[in-house]
Design a protein around this ligand. Structure first.
Ligand code: MG
Ligand code: MG
Length: 259
């Protein structure tokens, strides 16, 4: 069943989504070569708890950390650990927060130091594909319109769309109906209804679409070991537009200062 949220619920999701955006910005300010992914996770957990939130991922199906940190060929669900980030890495940081009973969920892929130009383009275009998808996420359209927007755009550059993982509804639960794939056909799939809140999260590979899972039971990586990018926003379906509840503004303020 797809849940339609009241305006009151939407405000609570927005509040959690904004805390996610601020947490990601806090992480962004510590993204330097040499930092371990575990150190970043500690910073995020502390920040979330200092702001009266609960890390949304920690303990979810047994996931051990507050952030999913996925480097280079890792697509999503990377477990923070001893790994040190290095100049030239790209790193997807995915964060979930529960506060006042409602979740927020957002992700951003960062470049560490000097990154290959082709990989920077992958990041930029994956981010663009998210906003293109959001433009189609309006009442009366269908889930397939969102997937089509992502797929048609990124495949034009020769990239591929990860099929095994998808966006999702969210609210009282981190993952709710409907599933929101990043591929699809126009006019197909579940109808988007006013008041639905969904997380749209393109996962785009420079090489092949196939992915594998590590023995840790979590980390998803590209089958060909080529880089992958991931950006995620939470949006509410409105008449004629999608309202974005999460934000990259805090993150990009930090990034612009580091330039
Ligand atoms: Mg996420
Ligand atoms: Mg998500």
């Amino acid at each position: 069943m797809v849940l339609i949220k009241t305006e009151e619920e939407i405000e609570l999701i927005r509040h959690s989504s904004l805390l996610v955006g601020k947490t990601l910005a806090e992480v962004a300010s510590h993204l330097v070569p040499g930092v371990t992914t575990l150190a970043l996770d500690k910073i995020a957990e502390e920040f979330i708890r200092d702001n009266q939130g609960i890390p949304g991922f920690k303990g979810y199906n047994g996931f051990p950390a507050s952030l999913c940190i996925s480097v280079n060929d890792e697509v999503v669900h990377g477990i923070p650990g001893k790994r040190q980030l290095r100049d030239g890495d790209i790193v997807s940081v995915d964060c979930g927060v529960k506060k006042n009973g409602y979740f927020g969920d957002s992700a951003y892929t960062f470049a560490i130091g000097v990154v290959d130009e082709n990989v920077l383009l992958l990041l930029e275009r994956t981010r663009n594909s998210l906003y293109r998808a959001i433009e189609t996420a309006i009442a009366g359209k269908r889930v397939g319109d969102i997937g089509y927007a992502v797929q048609s755009y990124v495949e034009g550059f020769g990239y591929s769309v990860v099929r095994d993982l998808v966006g999702h509804g969210l609210g009282k639960n981190l993952h709710e109906k409907p599933e929101v794939p990043n591929y699809g056909r126009r006019g197909q799939g579940k109808e988007l209804l006013e008041g639905m809140v969904i997380a749209i999260e393109p996962m785009i590979n420079l090489g092949v679409k196939n992915v594998t899972q590590d023995k840790d039971g979590w980390t998803i990586r590209t089958a060909d070991k080529m880089p992958s990018a991931h950006f995620e926003h939470d949006v509410v379906i409105r008449k004629g537009y999608a309202e974005i509840l999460s934000t990259f503004d805090f993150i990009e303020e930090v990034l612009s200062k580091n330039k």
